[in-house]
Write a protein that binds this ligand. Structure first.
Ligand SMILES: Cc1ncc(COP(=O)(O)O)c(C=O)c1O
Length: 402
């Protein structure tokens, strides 16, 4: 039996088969989230926001309750929460509806070389379409940005700053508050990719001064296919819709149309009501567990993992030396072994970690590696997981003939 009481809430762990350490890619789901999905389809399944009968009204209530839960989680107003498919779609929504309509030739979009492709490619597209220019901030090798780098990058021409809150490779937290202050001083809007932070730490859009903030439900134990975009009301109000069709209008005639109120203007077509309902259950689970407890588990295990890895001279960890700055994410390489081989060999012992470029190819190039292996921890991991990984590392080398 694991010493971690959360673990037993997850059916996948009750099989006793998996030492899952790929939560930065997607988290495991507790019983309560799986039950909530079942409950939705069994007791309230109808097309929400449309029907005037009890089932549909229940579906609508469930959907809007989830919106309130998501809003409360990040300190926003419910009208500022738009449900999307995932963080990627949330960021694209801002690129299409904000950047492509409000940027002009010569304007600058500032982002960083450490971003996930989802927080890089939409901005490049917006730049191509508008004639704006994308500039990249470069961190030091531990993931920190010097004040000089920030002030050289964020200038009078900056109109939009897109910053990851926590790097999915290095694990470090970026100084979003400071960056937002600099961006706002120049009149730019700030888009925060919070895909790797909201599952692990208290995020408050007001405290960060975020104008937009994106995250995915599936990384915080919710269902696949539901994501969140927060946008400040005054910005969302002036933006045109992203997708057009049913549900997002107030009225349509052959001559024209008027848009629905926020947030419905940005939720075209039948919405993912079951996904939202499941997300509410995940948020409830997260709140019951508490960010403090989550942090405690992650910090203890990350320190154990990094300390253990430091005993192998052939293992190299990317990012900060301080385990408490890793937010549960440890990317590493083993001399002489391709990260794909590390992952495949570990799988033989039921240890699940990720290998590859982690959708951050420019960062890989900057770190001068092709790819890395990545262990990412969450509240349900335990010391046995970490110790199994540490014990397997010399075996990986032996199997590769080293
Ligand atoms: C930092 C970061 N941003 C964005 C994303 C994209 O998330 P999704 O694939 O759920 O849209 C990820 C996913 O790994 C991520 O780690």
């Amino acid at each position: 039996m694991s010493g971690n009481p959360f673990r037993n809430d997850f059916p996948v762990f009750r099989t006793g088969k998996y030492r899952y350490m790929d939560s930065a890619a997607t988290a495991q789901r507790p019983d309560s989230v799986i039950e909530a999905l079942k409950d939705y389809y069994e007791t309230m399944n109808a097309n929400p926001l449309r029907g005037l009968y009890e089932l549909s009204i229940k579906a609508t209530e469930g959907y809007e309750e989830s919106r309130r839960a998501a809003a409360q989680l990040i300190g926003a107003k419910p009208g500022e929460i738009i449900f999307t498919r995932n963080a990627t779609e949330s960021l694209n929504l801002v690129a299409y509806s904000y950047a492509m309509n409000f940027l002009e030739p010569g304007d600058e979009i500032v982002t960083t070389v450490m971003e996930h492709h989802s927080n890089m490619l939409p901005w490049r597209m917006a730049a191509e379409k508008t004639g704006a220019v994308v500039r990249y901030l470069t961190p030091l090798s531990d993931g920190t940005f010097t004040e000089e780098e920030l002030s050289l990058g964020i200038t009078d021409r900056t109109r939009l700053v897109a910053i990851g809150h926590v790097s999915n490779v290095l694990g470090c937290e970026n100084p979003v508050k400071r960056i937002a202050q600099m961006a706002h001083d120049k009149g730019a809007v700030v888009v925060v990719d919070a895909a790797q932070s909201v599952p692990h730490m208290k995020v408050d859009v007001n405290e960060l001064s975020a104008d937009f903030l994106a995250f995915s439900g599936h990384k915080l134990m919710g269902p696949f296919g539901i994501g969140v975009l927060f946008g400040k009301e005054e910005l969302l109000d002036k933006m045109p819709p992203f997708l057009r069709g049913g549900e997002m209008i107030e009225s349509v005639s052959l001559e024209g149309q008027t848009w629905a109120e926020l947030p419905h203007k940005f939720e075209a077509g039948t919405v993912n009501a079951a996904g939202a309902f499941g997300l509410k259950s995940a948020i409830d689970y997260l709140n019951r567990a508490g960010y403090e407890r989550i942090r405690e588990v992650e910090d203890t295990l990350t320190a154990r993992l990094m300390e253990g890895m430091s005993r192998f001279e052939y293992v190299h960890i990317q990012g900060p030396e301080d385990p408490y700055r890793h937010n549960g994410i440890v990317s590493f390489t083993i001399d002489g072994v391709h990260p794909h081989d590390i992952s495949s060999i570990l799988d033989g012992s039921g240890i699940n970690i990720r290998a590859g470029h982690h959708c951050a190819e420019p960062l890989m190039k900057y770190l001068k590696v092709q790819s890395t292996a990545r262990a990412s921890l969450y509240l349900y991991n335990d010391e046995e997981d970490v110790d199994a990984l540490l014990e397997a590392i010399p075996r990986v080398r032996r199997i590769m003939g080293l």
